[in-house]
Each structure stands twice: as C-alpha cells, then as structure tokens.
Write a protein that binds this ligand. Structure first.
Ligand SMILES: C[S@@+](CC[C@H](N)C(=O)[O-])C[C@H]1O[C@@H](n2cnc3c(N)ncnc32)[C@H](O)[C@@H]1O
Length: 241
C-alpha cells in the first residue's frame, strides 16, 4: 500500500474513528487474558494514531509494545500521544516500517491487527499469519478485525462518524465498490465544517480486502492458529494452540 493514503485520515483520525472505538476497546479488553508480556513485546501492526498502543501501555503495566506504522502522518499522531506520557517511553518503540520491512523479535507476547489485515493480499496475509504463529507462545493471542461488508458489494455513500468540537463539525463519508470476491475499492472523504461551510475536505481512495471469516479461519488453522469470534461481528482472537 501507499503509506500516504492515510494522510487524509490523519487530519483528525481519532475523531473520524470515534464510532468504532467503543467496540475496539471492548475487543481489546477481551485480548488481555491472552497476552503474555513475559514472552516478548506486544506487536501493534499498523498502529495508526496509537490508540491501541496507548491502551496496552495503560492496561498492561509490564508490557513492552512494538508499534509498526509506515505512514508518516499516522505515526506523528501516535508519537504525539506517546510524547505526553514520559513514563511510557522505555516501554514502547514506534518503527517507521511496514510489516515485511520490520525486523521482528524472535518471540512476541501478543499482537494487535485492527484495520490492517485487508491491506495484505492473500499471499501476504498467509505470510503475516505464519510470522505470528512462529512467534506467539502457546496459549498466546492476537486481536484481528475483519471489516464489513463480509462479502464485497457496492456500498452507497454514507456518513460514518460525526463529531463536534467547539464551533466546528467533523464528518466522514465512505463509499465502496466490489472488485473481486475479496477486494473492494473505498473512497472516503473527510470534512471539517462550520455549519454547512466546508473548511477542509480531503479524499482518499484505497483498496482493501474483505476475506470471509471462514477463509481466514482456514488459513490460520493450517498454521496452528484458531480464529475465535468475539461475537460483535467484527473482532476475532487468533489463538496459538
Ligand atoms: C485503518 S488504519 C488502523 C489504525 C489502527 N490500528 C486502528 O485500528 O485505529 C490502518 C493502518 O495500517 C497501516 N498499514 C497499512 N499497510 C501496512 C503494512 N503493510 N504494515 C504495517 N502497517 C500498515 C496504515 O499506515 C494505517 O495507519
């Protein structure tokens, strides 16, 4: 993927992600018993603005986090969040690498992959799962989301979040087209408005894969990972058997 795809979203990423955040936090809470911080760092793959990295540092006091974030704009958000918490600085590393360029530790204590698995094609996805399977301890786990729709289809333009800060509002509008049995093309417009007057407008287009849960479960199963649903229709735990 082109890392700059995320420059538009990074303008106010946490505001645009606000509607997903409660479900993501609840899912992260369910991952905590599967983390093994004594085995190695927790990987946050495609850490974005660092919300999950920060939650881990807050909730798991003995964890070290290795956050991978190739987008300069998104990484800046994560680093700003971390900068304000000097007590975290020894426990977190933010690598400016994508998954396949990063030098990964031999063992990890868990992993988080939210909003990112669809950026990998099937061959890359198998390789990511294999790298996790090789590094997770028995009983350890990773959090994964499989974003809607479950099968590629046309998604008509829809507002996906709205926040008001002071006198301004922030809105995102997303639409998508199916490309094949797994791949979709998304167009997302990020707006900042004063009333109906548009102050900033940024549009990003990107390709994202929507593999069926059964497909990922089979791919993971071949590597000794079990894909267990968390029941919200979006989040799953990958467990190392
Ligand atoms: C939708 S954002 C999700 C951010 C965060 N994980 C969250 O859930 O809010 C996807 C992130 O994955 C990153 N990304 C895309 N391809 C990647 C790759 N090959 N390796 C690591 N990160 C990647 C992007 O730069 C972007 O910040």
């Amino acid at each position: 993927m082109d890392a700059d795809t995320y420059e538009a979203a990074a303008g106010a990423y946490d505001l645009f992600a606000m509607s997903h955040r409660p479900a993501q936090e609840a899912a992260l809470e369910r991952l905590l018993p599967r983390l093994r911080p004594e085995a190695g760092p927790i990987l946050d793959i495609g850490a974005g603005s660092g919300a999950n990295t920060a939650a881990l540092l807050e909730r798991v006091p003995d964890a070290h986090v290795l956050a991978l974030e190739p987008s300069r704009a998104m990484r800046a958000l994560a680093l700003s969040r971390i900068a304000g918490r000097p007590e975290w600085h020894e426990r977190v590393t933010v690598l400016p690498d994508d998954f396949f360029s990063a030098s990964l530790p031999a063992r990890i204590g868990g992993a988080i992959l939210t909003g990112v698995i669809g950026h990998f094609d099937p061959g890359e996805r198998a390789a990511v799962l294999a790298e996790l399977a090789a590094r997770l301890p028995a009983g350890g786990g990773a959090l994964l989301d499989l974003q809607h729709p479950e099968r590629p289809r046309r998604v008509e333009p829809a507002e996906f979040t709205a926040a008001a800060i002071g006198g301004l509002s922030y809105r995102g509008i997303a639409e998508a087209w199916p490309i094949d049995t797994e791949l979709m093309r998304w167009r997302v417009t990020y707006l900042c408005l004063e009333g109906e007057r548009v102050l900033t407008e940024d549009t990003a287009e990107y390709l994202y894969r929507h593999p069926a849960p059964a497909t990922v479960a089979r791919e993971a199963g071949e590597l000794g990972l079990r894909l267990a649903p968390l029941g919200d229709g979006t989040h799953w735990i990958l467990e190392r058997e």
